[in-house]
Design a protein around this ligand. Structure first.
Ligand code: NAP
Length: 281
């Protein structure tokens, strides 16, 4: 089974458009973009475009590459205080002179649609999530939509970043899987990966995951976005070889990526709904 994130995300966005229309709520996503990295500009443009598609208003603050931490904090604070703004997204990475953690900490947890604030992370790890990082939440949606059972399964997550590996592991644990987190210092990595009923790779290495590392019938989720030696876009998984062994697998492109942006839209509506129940926020 190929887990097609493009089709599923389009379906989710259509449902979301209806839900927003019927809710009478006007969600608004605010983005903070610092510097002139072309990829960051492209990601922010894509997010604004997705907002427009589903009926979410969007606003953006753009700061120059030499912006200070205080200037970025001021942009975040302005959106924290704006009652029309329901979600705030700071496009990462920030330039090196900016204290990234201070900026993440400054986002109001109620508007933390990226789910990176320590409050959001703590809620997720304590089993009471509210706003969850979009990529792993999108993967959970995908697994649920395809009826993939997680309870009691061995899940192996390769990668321990704050945006992918750690929240992915917490979500799988919350869904009653038995979870192992691996990283660059893990010993006997292939042997651990071979035990996985659910294998999630988020390491950023082109075609790193080969069939020898995959158990027959495993569900393989490829988060990686890489370019191979010929400049071709590919994931962490050697798709053509692993597809023979997996019971379900995500392609790159068209797998996890589109689900991430759909989940950002869902998180923005969720934050707006919570605010409309408690306007004091
Ligand atoms: P990251 O912050 O660089 O983290 C990479 C993780 O992989 C680290 O924990 C690292 O271990 C681990 N790692 C690296 N090489 C390894 C190896 N040989 N064996 C085992 N573990 C290894 O990257 P990220 O932000 O999590 O992103 C990972 C990939 O997912 C990238 O390709 C990124 O572009 C992609 N991504 C895709 C989406 C999407 O929407 N599809 C969203 C976010 C990210 P250490 O901690 O020990 O260094």
């Amino acid at each position: 089974m190929i887990l097609n994130g493009k089709i599923l995300s389009e379906k989710r966005l259509e449902l979301l458009t209806e839900e927003i229309k019927e809710s009478g709520i006007r969600p608004c996503l605010a983005t903070v973009l610092v510097g002139d990295d072309p990829a960051s500009h492209m990601y922010v443009r894509m997010k604004h475009k997705a907002c427009e598609k589903v009926g979410i208003t969007s606003v953006g603050a753009e700061l120059p590459v030499e912006a200070t931490t205080a200037e970025v904090l001021a942009a975040v604070e302005k959106f924290n205080k704006d009652p029309k703004v329901s979600g705030i997204l700071v496009q990462l990475p920030l330039p090196p002179q900016v204290d990234t953690q201070a900026v993440i900490d400054a986002v109001s947890p109620e508007k933390d649609v990226d789910g990176f604030h320590p409050t959001s992370i703590g809620r997720l790890y304590s089993g009471h999530p509210k706003l969850v990082p979009c990529t792993p939440q999108g993967i959970m949606t995908m697994l649920a939509e395809h009826g993939i059972e997680l309870a009691g399964k061995n899940a192996v997550v390769v990668g321990r970043s704050v945006d992918v590996g750690r929240p992915m592991a917490a979500l799988l644990l919350n869904a009653d899987a038995t979870v192992t987190i691996c990283h660059s210092k893990t010993q006997n990595l292939p042997a651990i990966m071979q035990q996985a009923d659910i294998l999630v790779s988020g390491i950023g290495k082109a075609r790193f995951v080969t069939p020898e590392m995959v158990k027959e019938g495993a569900v393989v989720i490829d988060v990686g976005i890489n370019h191979d030696e010929n400049g071709k876009l590919c994931g962490d998984v050697d798709f053509d070889a692993v597809v023979e062994k997996a019971s379900a697998i995500t392609p790159v492109p068209g797998g996890v990526g589109p689900m991430t942006i759909a989940t950002l839209m869902e998180n923005t509506l969720k934050a707006a709904q919570a605010m409309s129940c408690n306007p004091a926020q």
